[in-house]
Design a protein around this ligand. Structure first.
Ligand code: SF4
Length: 214
């Protein structure tokens, strides 16, 4: 398969995903590239005073933290290296009631579901209830054929790579294989599946035609 054919296949898959997300009452869009994300979220940032960020390499790589800070928003970002434990905790709690919450997805299903796992739960809680609006940004590499495939993708790809990147002491961070561990630092204690739009939360999903995050 050439890279052109691969891009075509991934884009077809992304469009099916977006169509099914929209049927599930998500505000879903396909964007050609990460560069379009800033343009798309700017009006949402304009309308927000407080902005929360779940742990996401995708969102960070697109510069959305910097953009929100430059716009004078109050940020709830627990990844700032200067924070004490208590300050980090306050940031995580702030995400639960912010105006606008950004996250990626560990997986999207082509059938229209959004799936995330979490060790602590701030991200998986905030994506369901609390913030007025949630924005999920995900590359086409996150799309699996169905819910079963999405959960498998998380176990086989997303979680081991995330554990490795965080440097946590879990079996998968060493072997690359999930053993459904009982490690104290297990990063997948909670799974949130948005099957349909939560009643009191508006959810925008931006599916980007690029490989983003893992
Ligand atoms: S259950 Fe444990 S081994 Fe499996 S992906 Fe999660 S942290 Fe890694």
């Amino acid at each position: 398969m050439t890279s052109e054919e691969k891009s075509w296949l991934l884009e077809r898959r992304a469009h099916r995903c977006v169509e099914n997300l929209a049927k599930h009452r998500f505000d879903a869009h396909f964007l050609e590239s990460g560069a379009e994300v800033t343009q798309h979220v700017k009006p949402l940032l304009d309308a927000a005073a407080t902005v929360g960020f779940g742990g996401s390499d995708t969102v960070r790589s697109l510069g959305l933290h910097t953009l929100a800070a430059e716009m004078g928003k109050t940020l709830f970002d627990h990844h700032r290296p200067d924070l004490s434990y208590d300050e980090t905790l306050a940031m995580r709690k702030g995400q639960l009631g912010c105006d606008l919450f950004f996250t990626s997805a560990n997986a999207l299903s082509e059938t229209g579901e959004i799936i995330n796992v979490d060790g602590i739960g701030n991200r998986t809680s905030a994506m369901a209830f609390g913030p007025s609006r949630v924005v999920v940004v995900a590359g086409t590499n996150k799309i699996a054929p169905d819910l079963h495939g999405a959960l498998r993708r998380i176990r086989e790809v997303a979680a081991p790579m995330r554990a490795k990147s965080l440097g946590v002491e879990t079996p998968c961070a060493v072997t690359g294989v999930c053993s459904d561990c009982n490690a104290p630092m297990r990063i997948c204690n909670i799974t949130t599946i948005l099957h349909r739009k939560p009643m009191l939360t508006d959810v925008t999903v931006l599916v980007v035609g690029e490989e983003l995050g893992y």
